[in-house]
Design a protein. Structure first.
Lengths: 117, 121
């Protein structure tokens, strides 16, 4: 069964360093998302991406964050200069194909745990 | 803006018993989806059940069923014959069904704060 894959599963970085989290969405999906979950807290929307541009972003997604789909398969989240409060689990999700009915469901990856020291 | 509220941070149930997890939401839209996602300790979020707001019939997936009360904006999850593997964090989520890009929906999922379910043998 197709699935969303994320790498790395866990990354430890020093405050101020740049981090890139990678996602491979399900191959024929068209819409891509990043969410984050601070330990034990709710899952928060960061950004949605469609047709090579950002569809929507939350107030969390400030200038330190960027997304891109460089090669038609990977979907990356970059944090330019990490802060302690960026420590969280980051989930990538994808949804919807042209051919199928849009059931509304998002398919999630297993997450990338980011620890900022 | 839409909001999702889960008022039960933790619930517990005996194996083989039934448990109901509560969820309420607030929206001014008439067309939307509601979901329950399960997040086990392995951390990947897995869809448990989905409900389209235009459908009056409550969704059912094996041991999982919902009680969807559109007027009350309530969407509870009932787990029957609970199993040890049901222990997880359960998130209620809302998604608009507005057509934004052609016929397809780019809207985000909005999650509640989650309910941690423990299952005792």
């Amino acid at each position: 069964e197709p699935e969303v894959t994320q790498t790395p599963s866990h990354q430890v970085t020093q405050m101020g360093q740049e981090v890139i989290l990678r996602c491979v969405p399900i191959s024929n999906h068209l819409y891509f998302y990043w969410y984050r979950q601070i330990l034990g807290q709710k899952v928060e929307f960061l950004v949605s991406f469609y047709n090579n541009e950002i569809s929507e972003k939350s107030e969390i997604f400030d200038d330190q964050f960027s997304v891109e789909r460089p090669d038609g398969s990977n979907f990356t989240l970059k944090i330019r200069s990490t802060k302690l409060e960026d420590s969280a689990m980051y989930f990538c999700a994808s949804s919807a194909t042209w051919a199928s009915m849009n059931t509304g469901e998002l398919f999630f990856g297993e997450g990338s745990r980011l620890t900022v020291l | 803006a839409q909001t999702v509220t889960q008022s039960q941070p933790e619930m517990s149930v005996q194996e083989a018993e039934t448990v109901t997890l509560s969820c309420t939401y607030d929206t001014s839209e008439s067309d939307y989806y509601l979901f329950w996602y399960k997040q086990p300790p392995s951390r990947q979020m897995i869809l448990v059940i989905r409900q389209e707001a235009y459908k009056q019939q409550n969704a059912t997936e094996n041991r999982f069923s919902v009680n969807f009360q559109k007027a009350a904006k309530s969407f509870s999850l009932k787990i029957s014959d609970s199993q040890l593997g049901d222990a997880a964090m359960y998130f209620c989520a809302y998604r608009s069904a507005r057509a934004v890009q052609g016929s397809y929906n780019t809207d985000k999922l909005i999650f509640g704060t989650g309910t941690r379910l423990q299952v005792f043998p």
